[in-house]
Write a protein that binds this ligand. Structure first.
Ligand code: ATP
Ligand code: MG
Ligand code: MG
Length: 551
């Protein structure tokens, strides 16, 4: 469903277009290239790019690259790839806040000239002390009354590299008694000798986020600057900066609530910790809530976009069950991907009355409701694989799968009857011996009902495959939400199970990222990196067929 869901931001935009305040909509998505994007960012991407689409406006991709030590080209590249993969196109070239360093510097000189910024020599500790608290006003810095000339001279010398890192800052001169601490003469420039991925060693002073963001928005002619609620307290500063410099544009900052997903985390810093401490295999580990991870797991861009549509946009808490995301993915895959058979925990079945030239395979469609997907032959042989847990020695009431003396239908094939279970000395099932009812190919058995249907594979024809079965990464629904526990304590030790099994020959040439439903088991995706068509077959379980979260 691509119908936009109405929300308060759309209502604001509708009003601005109706009143003539704006004639078109310009948004931006402003990630910092200091990590891979996660599912929360996907919400923001769908919002910003989605609005541009719905209103025939534009959305810029702008890197907020003002913390050189934490940023890298690898991160920037991954972000561009993710936005594209999600199905969005940014307006023109990618923007970088660092492209605006000269203008940002110029506006800082303007603030100094008009007496609205000063160079301060307080140390970080002193600054904290002067800042005051929520209940107590701050105190003016002793450097606050420096003359315009002195400030200009010092700021230029900061830029020229005359002072050590951290020894001076440029601060906006606002109000040390403001109830909002962000307005208590906030730092807008700091000295930091750090190599920047775009500007190299050209600058040794870097602008702060709050100062950079509003000016970047204005320079790009953004109409609605959408951000998450933690920036609500920063809005007065956003507006103050734009009101106090000569710039012909004043975007409206609007806040919405961040997405949080149960049983995972949506903090780049903590995701980085998972990667750097080796708790997962990388940013693209399919257990990660990153866009790269979701992609590798087999989630579809359409499914993720539908998820974003369903969770909506508001200012109220947005903590969502994983089941909501999985349902959107599952529903998207349902009608889209071919269905074949795979056995992930195999046990051998010998078909004792198999008859060469008589017992026959059968053609089967790849999708029950989509004949256009085509069909393939489902061959049979004397030996077949079935799922170990489709047999029970001691079945519960109503069991419709294999048990000694019981009958079951092999999907697309015959009804078989289990005659004997062969075990090893330890009592573990080694093989089953079953007989075929040769009158049941494409026909119901005569005189009785066989309700159970199981998936299976001809041993002679099946291809060996590796299956990676994923479960939730954290056992706790809010791993991040405990004051006296570290989120790592809730890592699920069983979040990945790698098993060797078998799959239909029909998938032999599947290219990486091909998606399938393995009947009765779940949706799977050929691993982007490790799967080789015609060679090593590796499938990641994207999502089970039913909601397994409601336990
Ligand atoms: P994190 O807190 O995970 O480090 P961030 O907000 O610092 O994320 P940015 O790269 O600055 O990361 O985010 C880019 C944009 O994505 C911002 O506009 C931010 O508000 C938005 N965003 C980040 N996390 C979420 C989330 N969980 N839900 C919705 N939007 C988000
Ligand atoms: Mg940020
Ligand atoms: Mg953050």
């Amino acid at each position: 469903d691509t119908t936009p869901v109405q929300h308060f931001i759309r209502t604001i935009i509708d009003g601005d277009l109706a009143s003539g305040k704006h004639v078109s909509v310009a948004t931006r998505f402003p990630p910092e290239p200091n990590g891979y994007l996660h599912v929360g960012h996907a919400k923001s991407i769908c919002l910003n790019f989605g609005l541009a689409q719905n209103y025939q406006g534009t959305c810029n991709l702008r890197f907020d690259d003002t913390n050189p030590e934490k940023e890298s080209n690898e991160y920037a590249d991954s972000i561009m790839e993710d936005v594209h993969w999600l199905g969005f196109r940014w307006n023109g070239e990618v923007r970088w806040a660092s492209d605006y360093f000269p203008q940002l510097y110029g506006y800082a000189e303007e603030l100094i000239q008009t007496g609205k910024a000063f160079v301060c020599d307080l140390t970080p500790d002193q600054m904290r002390e002067y800042r005051g608290t929520l209940t107590e006003a701050g105190r003016n810095s002793p450097y606050r009354d420096r003359s315009v000339e002195e400030n200009l001279d010092l700021f230029r010398r900061m830029k020229a590299g005359e002072f050590p890192d951290g020894s001076k800052t440029l601060r906006a001169k606002i109000d040390m008694a403001a109830p909002n601490i962000n307005m208590r003469d906030p730092v807008i420039y700091r000295i930091k000798r750090a190599h920047h991925i775009r500007t190299g060693d050209q600058w040794c002073i870097y602008p702060m986020y709050d100062y950079t963001h509003c000016i970047s928005d204005a320079l790009e002619g953004i109409t609605h600057s959408l951000c998450t609620l933690e920036f609500e307290d920063h809005r007065p500063l956003y507006d103050w900066v734009l009101d106090n410099i000569t710039i012909g544009c004043h975007p409206q900052q609007i806040e919405f609530s961040r997405l949080e997903l149960h049983n995972t985390i949506t903090s780049k810093r903590k995701l980085l910790q998972l990667v750097s401490q080796g708790h997962v295999a990388g940013w693209d580990d399919p257990r990660m809530p990153t866009i790269h991870g979701m992609r590798r797991r087999g989630y579809t861009p359409e499914g993720i976009r539908e998820f974003a549509r369903r969770i909506g946009i508001s200012k109220s808490v947005n903590i969502v069950e994983m089941a909501v995301l999985e349902a959107a993915i599952r529903e998207d895959l349902e009608a889209k991907v071919p269905r074949v058979m795979a056995v992930v925990d195999p046990v051998k079945v010998v078909l004792t009355n198999y008859q060469e030239g008589v017992t026959a395979g059968r053609a089967a469609g790849f999708h029950p409701h989509h004949p256009e997907f085509g069909e393939r032959e489902v061959p049979i042989g004397r030996e077949i694989w079935v799922e170990r847990d489709d047999f029970s020695d001691d079945p519960p009431a109503g069991w419709q799968r294999l048990t000694v003396g019981g009958e079951v239908r092999l999907r697309y094939s015959y009804v078989i009857k289990c005659e004997e279970a062969v075990k090893d000395a330890a009592g573990r099932l080694v093989e089953l011996r079953c007989s075929i009812d040769h009158e049941t190919l494409g026909k119901n058995p005569v005189g009785r009902k066989v309700k159970g249907v199981i998936h299976w594979l001809s041993a002679e024809h099946a291809l060996a495959a590796e299956f990676r079965l994923y479960d939730r990464l954290f056992t706790d629904s809010e791993p991040d939400g405990h004051r006296d526990h570290d989120f790592l304590e809730f890592l699920n030790p069983g979040s990945l199970k790698v098993v060797q099994g078998w799959v239909e020959a029909a998938v032999k040439e599947a290219v990486p990222e091909s998606r399938y439903q393995f009947e009765r088991i779940g949706y799977f995706c050929a691993d982007r990196l490790d799967h080789q068509p015609g060679g090593r077959l590796v499938f990641n379980r994207t999502v089970s067929l039913k909601d397994t979260w409601a336990k």
